[in-house]
Design a protein around this ligand. Structure first.
Ligand code: SF4
Length: 235
């Protein structure tokens, strides 16, 4: 069984859209949003996946068999699946058979993770792109919870892992550079993305964040889904 988040309608959060962030931005994809997280970012835009002080678990989460999820995913007729959360690797053992089965039907996969849990070899074998998003001090998580050296080393060794950082202020870029140096992350696989839940907030930060990318040799990403649809759940 996998614990899946629900859309506002109560249906499991399996939906078809465009990848809104990162190296495959704009790519048509099915999204599977898994519930629960091991961090608690203050600016998290999916708190309904983990914040049980403010959201009701039974209303927000549904447990489904792998076969039920597979049927929903295949129903969209799209060949790329983005597995997101919450933190999907909290359920990685349960994900292995779902991914293997969908792979045999020709699907490709991206996993979005906060980079604190090393992936299982069975998943590494089948995942096409890892969107690793280590959290900075601006997330409000203590350093020993948000930065795990062995997990980051495991992802660094995967050529298909990108490291995406949400930046809010200029000091965040210095923090990214320090983290890059501590873990030897390659510049060409580092992506900076401005923080913002509205198009206006994104625009405000995009200028200086893109300039920082040029200076450091990083990639830049906007948040396409915010520009197109605002903060709407399930888009
Ligand atoms: Fe939200 Fe992701 Fe942070 Fe978890 S790691 S609290 S899902 S932003």
């Amino acid at each position: 069984m996998l614990r899946v988040s629900r859309q506002s309608s109560g249906e499991p959060e399996v939906f078809y859209s465009l990848q809104g962030e990162g190296a495959n931005i704009g790519g048509p994809s099915v999204f599977l949003r898994l519930a629960t997280c091991n961090l608690a970012c203050t600016w998290c835009d999916t708190k309904y996946t983990w914040d049980w002080a403010n959201f009701d678990y039974d209303q927000e989460v549904v447990s489904l068999e792998s076969s039920q999820i597979e049927e929903k995913i295949l129903g969209f007729g799209c060949s790329n699946l983005v597995i997101t959360g919450g933190e999907p690797l909290l359920q990685q053992s349960e994900l292995v058979p779902l991914v293997a089965s969908l792979k045999s039907r020709g699907m490709t996969f991206e996993v979005e993770t906060n980079g604190t849990i090393a992936p299982l070899p069975e998943l590494v074998r089948d995942i096409d792109q890892w969107n690793v998003s280590p959290k900075l001090a601006n997330s409000g998580n203590p350093a020993d919870r948000r930065e795990d050296a062995s997990a980051l080393t495991a992802f660094r060794e995967l050529p298909n892992a990108y490291f995406k950082f949400v930046v809010n202020a200029a000091g965040d870029v210095e923090e990214v550079c320090a983290l890059r140096d501590r873990h030897n992350l390659p510049n060409q696989r580092i992506i900076l993305m401005p923080q913002g839940h509205t198009p206006e907030a994104l625009k405000l930060r995009s200028g200086w964040v893109s300039e920082a990318c040029v200076k450091e040799g990083f990639r830049f990403s906007t948040r396409l889904h915010i520009l197109l649809w605002g903060d709407e759940r399930g888009r």
